[in-house]
Design a protein around this ligand. Structure first.
Ligand code: ADP
Ligand code: MN
Ligand code: MN
Ligand code: MN
Length: 347
């Protein structure tokens, strides 16, 4: 059938890359679609901060496609990498870098990832549910709250969750956050048989889920932002906690010692990690509001004011995964994953 295929890519916006997309009609056998059905395409890099005007053509190379849950059956969302016309990766193509790191790291680690994506909903320039002037009641009742005076934007949150499932993304769950108008969804390992939570898949899924959130926001007249500290002052910021594990971390025999060794490696490279964990991170990592200070590295069991949290259940079982609480909501999962893998594997 004739399909609407939406090609999605990352632009060159600074300091935080954003998503772009455009649509092409392709003849696709909807009973048996394959990645090779989606040809390379091009775009004007001078309009996305990726090229200069007199040499502006860049290549979109499809790398993953999913069902389009909004346009419905037979239509597709096509995630792309950006290449130069000689087919080498563009410098804004952080996915290519993650692929490289993964090739070097070999398969014995068998990394699993899970990202917690916090975000803030806005109605114009006001956080959703906030009075036009002034502030709502102080934080307290809103985290996982229910009721018209506590939860703002659930319609969008629920349609986004369903869209993620319909697209086959590895959505783990959703919850309302501490600041009113702020929510979270998680993408990654969820223990479903046959799924692989490898870093590349999970990062791709997170980017597609971000695109769906923005796109569905259009229908609700609500905009979602990934700013790490959307409201200054005594309000929680928004992060992208990154949960990860390796095979030896998940093994009861080797779990705790591997986890401790990983924390030691992370401690030594704190500065390098902070550098790729998102713009304006210093506004969020203050040491208050469930964060650790940007200048110090810390780790602890069940400790939400540390850089790295060992979940309570993991400490009890002696194996499992770690949570890196430092990345901001606006971090690029490709860059966060690549940095974690490099540090854990000691490159
Ligand atoms: P929190 O208690 O920090 O709010 P959430 O319930 O929001 O945690 O999210 C848990 C995250 O941990 C999910 O993204 C999930 O994919 C991830 N996760 C769970 N187990 C593992 C594991 N063994 N390896 C990597 N990630 C994991
Ligand atoms: Mn969470
Ligand atoms: Mn959270
Ligand atoms: Mn968390």
């Amino acid at each position: 059938m004739l399909s609407q295929t939406t090609y999605i890519w990352h632009d060159g916006a600074k300091p935080t890359q954003t998503l772009r997309s455009k649509t092409r009609i392709l003849s696709i056998d909807e009973n048996n679609p394959a990645l090779s059905d989606f040809p390379d395409w091009g775009f004007d890099g001078s309009s996305t901060n990726q090229a200069i005007g007199n040499n502006s053509d860049l290549v979109l190379r499809p790398v993953r496609f999913v069902d389009d849950p909004i346009l419905g059956y037979g239509n597709y969302l096509v995630l792309c990498e950006v290449l130069h016309t000689d087919l080498t990766p563009h410098s804004t193509n952080k996915r290519a870098r993650l692929r490289e790191v993964l090739e070097k790291s070999g398969s014995e680690h068998d990394f699993w990832f899970g990202f917690e994506q916090e975000y803030t909903l806005f109605d114009g320039s006001t956080p959703l549910g906030w009075p036009e002037r002034g502030y709502p009641a102080p934080q307290g009742p809103f985290y996982c709250g229910v009721g018209a005076d506590e939860a703002f934007g659930r319609g969008l949150v629920e349609s986004h969750a369903q869209a993620c499932l319909d697209a086959g993304l590895m959505l783990f769950g959703t919850n309302a956050e501490v600041m009113p108008g702020q929510w979270e969804f998680q993408i990654g390992h969820r223990g479903v048989e046959g799924e692989t939570a490898d870093p590349l898949t999970v990062s791709d899924h997170l980017w597609l889920a971000r695109w769906l959130l923005y796109r569905l926001g259009e229908d609700h007249q609500i905009s979602a932002t990934l700013e790490p500290k959307p409201v200054k002052g005594d309000w929680n910021g928004a992060g992208m906690h990154t949960n990860f594990s390796t095979m030896p971390m998940r093994d009861p025999e080797t779990g705790m010692q591997t986890i401790e060794r990983a924390i030691q490696s992370l401690r030594e490279r704190h500065v390098e990690h902070i550098a790729v964990y998102g713009a304006d991170l210093e506004e969020r990592l203050t040491g208050e509001h469930e964060t650790a200070s940007i200048n110090t590295f810390s780790a602890g069991v069940s400790d939400r004011s540390s850089s790295i949290r060992i979940p309570e259940g993991v400490s009890k079982k002696g194996c499992g995964y770690l949570e890196d609480r430092r990345p901001g909501a606006n971090a690029n999962p490709y860059e966060v994953a690549a940095m974690l893998i490099e540090t854990i594997c000691h490159y």
